[in-house]
Ligand binder design. Structure first.
Ligand code: OFO
Length: 161
């Protein structure tokens, strides 16, 4: 049986993954309107992945005898100061998600819920990859300057893991 605390934190994670998806959609839409179609494409793909993460939590909860709750989502910001600032926001958000995944893992460990400890490892690994790939984009942005932004926008999809 799924411990109550783990169920609660998985439901919290459903909201956070769903919000991540909407946040990246909002960023994608903003970038697309600025003519950054490559960056928008990267963000749209990321938004799809986050929706997939939300679905994983929904299905896992229901499979384990819990109840997955579909929440309301707050509206993500509609404007961003620039591409650099936006990707800094992405990294900050992913670090927040990593901490949130760690909360689920630690609760599962405390409750001796080995099934969840085992299942959540996929997310632990995924977060390392996601933070890493956003960090690479930020490094490239700091090298690129205004001129190089064109090339980053053109090539960004090749940086997807
Ligand atoms: Fe990028 O976060 Fe989902 O897990």
């Amino acid at each position: 049986m799924l411990p109550k605390k783990v169920e609660e934190l998985c439901n919290r994670q459903i909201e956070r993954e769903g919000y991540s998806s909407n946040l990246y959609l909002a960023m994608a839409s903003w970038a697309e309107n600025k003519g950054m179609t490559g960056i928008a494409g990267w963000l749209y793909a990321q938004a799809d992945e986050e929706r997939g993460h939300m679905l994983k939590f929904i299905k896992y909860l229901n499979e384990r005898g819990g109840s997955a709750l579909i929440p309301e989502f707050k509206q993500p910001p509609v404007k961003y100061k620039g591409i650099d600032e936006m990707f800094k926001e992405v990294l900050k958000h992913e670090q927040y998600i990593t901490a949130s995944i760690t909360d689920v893992l630690e609760a599962a460990m405390a409750e001796k819920d080995h099934a969840t400890v085992n299942w959540i490892q996929w997310f632990v690994k995924e977060q390392v990859e996601e933070e890493g790939s956003v960090q690479i984009i930020l490094d490239k942005l700091s090298l690129a300057g205004e001129h190089g932004l064109y090339f980053l926008d053109r090539d960004i999809m090749s940086l997807r893991g």
